[in-house]
Design a protein around this ligand. Structure first.
Ligand SMILES: NC(=O)c1ccc[n+]([C@@H]2O[C@H](COP(=O)([O-])OP(=O)(O)OC[C@H]3O[C@@H](n4cnc5c(N)ncnc54)[C@H](OP(=O)(O)O)[C@@H]3O)[C@@H](O)[C@H]2O)c1
Length: 258
């Protein structure tokens, strides 16, 4: 799996198709969508229209909150494949650890994996208590956990657990949708490395071994974000950014589902 990919939340119809086609031209090979984003059809179209082979693209989609439960999850997966116009995904994730149903849903996801229709399976928004609970009934260790993770939300307990248990961590809303770009400490690093705020933050993820999926629908920003892999923050600057944590969140705290 490529470590840096494109998130496609909040892009629709022609804009979504165009963004994915442009991203594939730039060199992105990991696309992260979800049933919840209501753009699986457009993502599938963009992949079909692109000169890049399907087998060279790492495609992720996710089980929606309204589709939990064993039978419902199997049906929802079939629907996602149909919309995406493909007969497999590279990664299928449970989008949120919904209270009623997450165990039955995981069993369905394991079945999909056993059938080879998802090459890998994992979870999203599974902070530590959810990962521990999952380990009590899972037969397959999730390959990946996608959580909100930024210097301002440095969840060291989930990060360390994933590292110790061979679960690839992936950060969502990695650039805080731009909200933290004016942090003076970040600006100092931008000046030091002559890089943009997005590039510094994305590189921080990569130096920690965390995969990341920034969203953009603009060609210039797609290129800017993709280029974030082309330099290396020094170890002391990575450690400095680890101290920015202040529990700042864009999305809901998954603990509401505990
Ligand atoms: N599993 C989950 O529950 C979950 C939750 C949230 C997100 N996600 C995934 O993570 C992906 C990324 O998260 P996100 O979309 O919430 O937030 P994000 O990637 O942190 O930020 C995206 C926003 O920042 C802007 N942007 C992108 N690149 C920029 C740059 N270089 N400079 C300035 N602004 C820039 C984008 O606008 P433009 O498009 O106009 O460039 C967009 O408004 C999502 O698309 C989705 O795939 C998953």
């Amino acid at each position: 799996m490529p470590m840096l990919g494109l998130g496609v939340y909040d892009m629709y119809q022609q804009q979504a198709e165009q963004a994915v086609e442009t991203a594939l031209e730039i060199g992105y090979r990991l696309i992260d969508t979800a049933s919840m984003y209501e753009n699986e059809k457009e993502i599938g179209n963009a992949i079909k229209n692109s000169a890049v082979k399907r087998s060279d693209i790492f495609l992720t989609t996710k089980l929606n909150n309204c589709d939990h439960g064993f039978e419902q999850a199997l049906k929802a997966f079939d629907k996602s494949l149909e919309l995406l116009g493909t007969d497999y995904v590279d990664l299928y994730l449970i989008h949120w650890p919904i209270k009623e149903g997450r165990e039955a849903s995981w069993k369905a996801v394991e079945k999909i994996y056993a059938e080879g229709r998802a090459k890998a399976i994992g979870v999203a928004n599974y902070t530590l208590p959810f990962l521990k609970e999952l380990s009590n009934y899972s037969n397959v260790v999730p390959a990946l956990n996608q959580i909100e993770f930024t210097p301002w939300l440095f969840d060291n307990t989930t990060y360390s657990y994933c590292k110790q248990n061979g679960i690839q961590l992936q950060s969502y809303s990695p650039i805080t949708r731009g909200i933290k770009f004016s942090d003076k400490r970040l600006i100092t690093l931008c000046e030091k490395y002559q890089k943009t705020p997005a590039q510094i933050i994305l590189n921080w993820n990569l130096q920690l071994g965390v995969s990341t999926i920034p969203k953009s629908s603009q060609k210039q920003r797609l290129q800017e974000n993709f280029d974030a892999a082309n330099f290396k923050l020094a170890a002391q600057d990575v450690e400095f950014m680890n101290t920015f944590n202040e529990g700042f969140r864009i999305c809901d705290d998954p603990m509401i589902f505990l």
